[in-house]
Design a protein around this ligand. Structure first.
Ligand code: PEP
Ligand code: MG
Length: 903
């Protein structure tokens, strides 16, 4: 009868040990990572101390029932304890042969140190004597008891420091006793003193908490289970989940497991190991251990752990486990091989040897550096452990980023003085300079500099290029500094609000520290950290494994990957990283170099059409030269060139001294310059006279640019160089705008082809970066031969957020969870994503073969790339250094989609 009703009951307890288990590795959601892997090891016949896991579901039920348990749990836990007793041959609460257990948390995803643990549970004034007999070591037994009372008193009974400045009450008692005994270290305390400690600990609990320390092991057990479930909703666990985006309703499992001891004498020990080297990926068993010690001693760093085997030994004095305990070592070797083969991945394992017998306490997928990840994945394919698809899935795209940029020497010391936005990855160290021309000057003298600006503008390009890294006080992830730095593959920390820059004094102040021109500073573009002083960097090597993974990714992916590049040099870098074309060439960047800015300014100042045409005429050969360089670098791959986009005022100086300089150079009065600057002034330039609106009002600009592109293409074609120009009109919101520009472009193109007597195929298309363009994409596609989503502007306009100013409050928005992530960095799939999806669908409803890409900053962000694959884009385009990340992400998107379909 009892059995029948038990069959209907919900199962909350899963047993493991003795060569079998009720759970398995796939049950992580229910059993937590630790519980599922313990079960899996038991099923593999690997020696794990017997135990049971109370499910994560129980945790959720516990909270739903207002911190109470369903009836059936009690029975199931009793059965679980009976199972442990049977396998281990001890008895819970027995005075001669006591079973002692650990009670640990274990969520789906490891949350290191965030939840509670109780060890040595089951000890009391009587069972401690049993442990003395069992271990034959009185000191060990009493030490275990005092540790238990201390841990239980803290975790379950809540005797902890009240204020931050308080000393831990148990430590205080221990220090007192050590003083009385005249000893310095815990290990110098003898049996009598340990007995005294237990007494004093219990008395303190009684006095301060008004609770008698529970002698009943069952009461202890329930108390510990409750504490672990309770710690799921502890302050630090909640905070950790919020930061790491772990859902609060997952709950934690509780693992109750027989204790084994590595501190029972010189035939005992404990250690941690990786099945391959986690730093290099080398196929070598690698780990550390301590004789006669508990797990926490290995981590605490009081004693120096020894290498586990001879092959990783670095000096003669070291005593390896292989030498000291050859039998358990051999068992450990066969187990690690079995585990790696079974999980087909590098494992991070924990073990304990109790009186010569090896026990495995944990196995999990080991964390590794990017270089190790590549090597392990490639080696495992060669070993036929995994296939190419799995290898591609093993590399995290973000991690790949580490490999492409210089990084700080992990051994170097760092003094972080502020934190900004991690705008462009990499590590940079150099002397602070505050003006772009100084950066160029200093760099010209062979110095390493960091350009520090409140924000950057197109005029600063030269200085940015000369600098090792860029630091700005203002601006977000799509600010000028961020976008340009990413394009250059240069480290940038943007929007570092704590930095107060004084251009006049050539210095900045940050949290009380003054940094003057010439002082050394360092930037970590991956974390946003600003450091004082010179922090040495190292250049990571791109090994053959990188190329191998990339080739496999290329075979799998469906999305094309292009690059955003404006110079032949950047185009070449991107090609070396595997770019299959240029998805965005921003022509305005070409207007700043050398003498060009003069002609641009001349055009802007001109009062008549003739004047403008004259100035544009001077620009034409220079632009044409640029396009020739880019077309050549891209060797027949498609090149999307965007017509002029920014408002014209960006090309004019705004400081009085610079205005005067320009006036002298142009031979006009300074008043004229001032007047022009003021007439071009707009309150909201991002929504002002920019994009195609420039070419519509000043068609001669479009004409000149179309001519430069087509003359470059035709001349090269004549020389036998293959070219595929795609001319792109920015900021279109109405098809009539595009039609207007398209007519100019086509007319110039046909004229040029005729004049140069050569056939060149070209496309005319548009950016989709205004919400109205997405909504009317069917009409726009009747004219446009391709679309490229400019998701920087599209995000700005869809969310009503300024690209340049939102950095002030965006980090707070993300921290408060209002936005999941910075929408300028990670595509807002729920909102902006709809505009993209709609644009693709409507566009292809009128032009079936419409080619669609994306060229906003999201084109190199992994989750956004996956989105682009799902909604059927043809390609993504991103800055050169992100090309490999996009290639990998695009392949992972295909694999994930396939796996979801199968599931
Ligand atoms: C965009 O708006 O997404 C884009 C690529 O153009 P820009 O960043 O130059 O405005
Ligand atoms: Mg734009």
């Amino acid at each position: 009868m009892a059995k029948k009703s038990a069959a209907k009951e919900k199962k909350y307890v899963y047993k493991f040990g003795g060569g079998k288990a009720e759970g398995k590795a796939e049950m992580k959601n229910l059993l937590g990572g630790k519980g599922a892997n313990l079960a899996e090891m038991a099923n593999l016949g690997i020696p794990v101390p017997a135990g049971f896991t109370i499910t994560t579901e129980m945790c959720t039920v516990y909270y739903k029932m207002n911190r109470k348990y369903p009836k059936e749990l009690n029975v199931q836990i009793h059965e679980g304890m009976k199972h442990i007793e049977k396998v281990m041959g001890d008895k819970f609460g027995d005075e001669d042969n006591p079973l002692l257990v650990s009670v640990r948390s274990g969520a789906r995803i490891s949350m290191p140190g965030m939840m509670d643990t109780v060890l040595n549970l089951g000890l009391n004034d009587k069972t401690v004597l049993g442990l003395v007999c069992q271990s034959g070591n009185e000191r060990f037994a009493w030490d275990a008891y005092r540790r238990f009372v201390q841990m239980y008193g803290d975790v379950v009974l809540g005797l902890k420091p009240v204020k931050k400045t308080d000393i831990d009450p148990f430590e205080e008692i221990m220090d007192e006793l050590k003083k009385e005994a005249g000893v310095k270290l815990d290990v110098e305390l003898g049996v009598d003193e340990l007995k005294e400690l237990v007494k004093r600990f219990k008395a303190a609990i009684k006095e301060r908490k008004g609770i008698d320390f529970p002698e009943d092991p069952w009461e202890q057990l329930w108390g510990a289970i409750e504490a672990v479930f309770g710690s799921w909703n502890g302050e630090r666990a909640i905070k950790y989940r919020s930061i790491n985006k772990i859902p609060h309703d997952w709950g934690t499992a509780v693992n109750v497991q027989s204790m084994v001891y590595g501190n029972m004498g010189d035939d005992s020990g404990t250690g941690v190991a990786f099945t391959r080297n986690p730093a290099t990926g080398e196929k070598k068993f690698y780990g550390e251990y301590l004789i006669n010690a508990q797990g926490e001693d290995v981590v605490a760093g009081i004693r120096t752990p020894q290498p586990i085997n001879t092959s990783t030994k670095s000096s003669k004095e070291q005593q390896t486990l292989e030498e000291v305990m050859p039998r358990p070592y051999q068992t450990l070797e066969s187990i690690y091989k079995k585990l790696e083969e079974h999980y087909t991945d590098m494992q991070d394992i924990e073990f304990t040897i109790q009186k010569g017998k090896l026990w495995m306490l944990q196995t999990r997928t080991g964390k590794r550096t990017a270089a190790a990840a590549l090597k392990i994945a490639c080696d495992m394919v060669a070993e036929k452990l995994i296939d190419e698809e799995n290898a591609v899935m093993r590399i995290s795209p973000d991690q790949l980023d580490q490999l492409l940029h210089p990084m700080f020497d992990p051994k170097a010391e760092k003094e972080v003085i502020a934190k900004g936005l991690p705008a462009s990855p990499g590590a940079a160290t150099g002397q602070a300079v505050f003006h772009a021309d100084d950066a160029e000057h200093w760099a010209g003298e062979g110095k390493k500099v960091i350009l520090v600006r409140i924000e950057t503008s197109p005029e600063d390009i030269g200085g940015m290029n000369a600098a090792q890294g860029i630091l700005t006080a203002r601006g977000g992830m799509t600010s000028h500094a961020a976008v340009v730095a990413r394009g250059m593959g240069k480290c940038c920390v943007a929007g570092c609000g704590a930095v107060n820059i004084n251009y006049k004094e050539k210095q900045f102040e940050v949290n009380g520290t003054i940094i003057k021109e010439g002082d050394w500073i360092s930037l970590d573009g991956g974390t946003g950290e600003l450091m004082k002083g010179l922090v040495p960097t190292i250049k990571p090597e791109l090994s053959g494994n990188f190329g191998k993974i990339m080739r496999w990714a290329d075979k799998i992916r469906k999305l094309g990957v292009r690059t955003n590049a404006d110079t032949p040099h950047d185009s070449q870098v991107a090609r070396d990283f595997g770019a299959e074309g240029i998805g965005l060439c921003r022509t305005e960047h070409m207007f700043f170099e050398g003498d060009r800015i003069k002609s641009v300014r001349e055009m802007i100042l001109a009062d008549s059409l003739e004047g403008r045409i004259k100035a544009l005429h001077k620009l034409l050969p220079m632009q044409k030269g640029d396009f020739i360089g880019i077309f050549k670098a891209m060797k027949g791959l498609p090149v999307t060139i965007r017509l002029l986009d920014p408002p014209l005022h960006e090309f004019l100086p705004h400081e009085p001294a610079q205005m005067q300089e320009m006036a002298t150079e142009m031979g006009v009065g300074v008043e004229k310059i001032k007047q022009k600057v003021s007439s071009l002034h707009e309150l909201n330039p991002m929504l002002g006279h920019r994009g195609c609106r420039l070419g519509i009002i000043y068609p001669e600009i479009t004409e000149m640019q179309a001519r430069a592109i087509m003359e470059a293409a035709c001349e090269l074609k004549k020389q036998g160089v293959n070219v595929k120009p795609e001319i792109m009109v920015p900021l279109v919101g109405d098809v009539k705008e595009l039609k207007n520009q398209e007519e100019i472009i086509r007319q110039v193109a046909e004229e040029t082809k005729k004049k140069l007597k050569v056939k060149v195929n070209y496309l005319v298309g548009t950016m989709i970066e205004i919400p109205r363009a997405s909504l009317t994409a069917d009409k726009i596609a009747e004219v446009a031969e391709f679309f490229s989503f400019g998701t920087n502007d599209l995000t700005q306009m869809a969310l009503g957020l300024s690209r340049d100013d939102a950095g002030k409050f965006l980090p707070a928005y993300v921290e408060m969870g209002i936005y999941k992530a910075d929408p300028f960095q990670v595509l807002d799939q729920e909102g902006v994503g709809q505009l993209v999806e709609m644009g693709v669908k409507r566009g292809r409803s009128t032009r079936k073969d419409l080619k669609v890409g994306i060229c906003g900053e999201h084109g190199g962000e992994p989750s956004s790339v996956e989105f682009c694959h799902r909604v059927g884009l043809n390609y993504v385009s991103c800055s050169p250094y992100r090309v490999p990340i996009a290639r990998l992400s695009a392949a992972q998107a295909v694999i994930r989609e396939k796996r979801e379909k199968v599931a």
